[in-house]
Design a protein around this ligand. Structure first.
Ligand code: ASP
Length: 425
């Protein structure tokens, strides 16, 4: 599968490059190729809410015992926070060592600030509404007041997760006879959704072809990459280190070789790269870790939807690098205290970022505000955000997959068990 997807991606890039040579090329791509990319992403997004619902209800009710649920929940969230803090720290270390902001000339800075002012202020105003809310608002928003309202918007994943867990808990608590038909329904529904993912994935090479051809047509000018090269490089080096970190911890805890982990998760990584959305990639991540990394469905159906929503290591690393880069470009010296503050705000901001393209940049505004860095600096990095978004989404998805294999191995005594009665105390 990953070869087919890679082939589709390569063909997309070549087609985009070839057609951009003609004056009529870009509109041809936008009118006749881009829609197929949109159809593919829509189909993946369409699956996300039913998938979370069916798999979580099945996963939680299979646990048979609430102690197992709370144990797995606690350890999963704890591991997520640990990997996120690691990511932010790596980002901070690199950006302080490489100092990409110092190499940017005054002229380029002014150029960028004026070219992307409008886009930057749009993001700043989006983030404004987030900043005004009370400290516990995030918690309040996890509990929806209406299920259909929650399910109607892919940005409300946490609310759908909350509802699904509640249904699963209800199924555990009622007598077996009454629970059985409901449980059987969701077990069957889950199978149907998984089959739908297989069907959608047959079209993945065409989908990624269309997505990448469009990206090439819409990509920023090459001189922008030259100006922001050191910044982009810092983010990418950090992201590569994170992939190395996952491979290492997966090997440490599960003895799975780096090659088998990477090959197992590769199609999900390629899709994350093409779509820039962890939510859209979720169905495939789920299929890969259960089918190819030996993670039981019970663990995957809990860890992955929660991870796609709150565990964004690539995003948090990027936010740390971007914040310090902007400060450096403005000639600001950030104290150790401020940088430690960034660890906290970038961790929280990545948890709060939606699993959709560009979300990490909106939440970056909050990191900047907390650290006293000018928010207008967003204009500096706007031009190269999309390619970096593609790369950080790969890391976000890989992090979820890595944690799910570790949770399956460490939390569950028998990783291949069909249910989790044997969780060690
Ligand atoms: N696109 C990222 C994701 O979906 C979020 C972000 O960093 O913008 O995981």
């Amino acid at each position: 599968m990953h070869w087919k997807i890679l082939f589709g991606m390569a063909l997309g890039v070549l087609t985009g490059l070839a057609l951009s040579q003609f004056s009529w090329g870009p509109s041809l791509v936008r009118d006749w190729i881009k829609p197929f990319g949109n159809i593919f992403i829509n189909a993946l997004k369409l699956i996300a809410v039913p998938l979370i619902l069916a798999s979580l209800i099945k996963g939680v009710s299979d646990l048979k015992d609430l102690t197992n649920l709370s144990k797995m929940g606690f350890r999963t969230v704890f591991t997520f926070i640990l990997t996120t803090v690691t990511a932010v720290s790596i980002g901070l270390l690199l950006v302080n060592l490489i100092k990409p902001g110092s190499s940017i000339s005054e002229e380029t800075r002014m150029d960028l600030l004026s070219s992307y002012q409008t886009e930057a202020s749009l993001n700043i105003s989006k983030a404004e509404t987030q900043k005004e809310v009370s400290p516990l608002q995030g918690l309040v928003e996890i509990v929806p007041e209406n299920f259909l309202g929650a399910a109607a918007d892919n940005r409300n994943m946490l609310q759908v997760i909350f509802f699904a867990i509640m249904v699963g808990v209800g199924l555990i608590l009622i007598p077996g006879g009454a629970a059985k038909p409901v449980k059987d329904f969701f077990d069957g529904f889950n199978e149907v959704i998984l089959k739908m993912i297989d069907v959608i994935m047959i079209t993945a090479p065409i989908g990624v072809f269309a997505l990448l051809a469009t990206l090439v047509i819409d990509s920023p000018k090459i001189d922008l990459f030259a100006a922001l090269g050191m910044y982009g490089l810092t983010v990418i080096v950090g992201l590569i280190i994170m992939i190395g970190f996952y491979v290492f911890i997966v090997f440490l805890f599960t003895k799975r070789s780096p090659k088998s982990f990477i090959l197992g998760i590769a199609p999900a990584q390629l899709l994350a790269f093409s779509t820039s959305s962890s939510a859209a990639t979720l169905p495939v991540t789920m299929e890969r870790v259960t089918g190819h990394l030996g993670v039981s469905k019970e663990v995957a159906s809990f860890v992955l939807p929660v991870g796609a929503t709150i565990n964004m290591d690539g995003t948090s690393l990027y936010q740390a690098v971007a914040a310090v880069f902007i400060a450096q470009a403005f000639g600001m010296d950030l104290s150790l205290g401020t940088q430690l503050g960034i660890i906290l705000t970038a961790t929280l901001a990545s948890i709060g970022s939606a699993a959709v393209p560009g979300a990490g940049m909106v939440m970056l505004v909050i990191v900047l505000a907390q650290a006293g860095i000018p928010e207008a600096g967003l204009a500096l990095i706007f031009g190269v955000d999309r390619p970096l978004d593609m790369c950080r989404t790969v890391v976000n998805v890989s992090g979820d997959a890595a944690v799910s294999t570790i949770v399956a191995k460490v939390v569950v005594e028998k990783p291949a068990a069909t249910h989790l009665r044997n969780i060690p105390v």
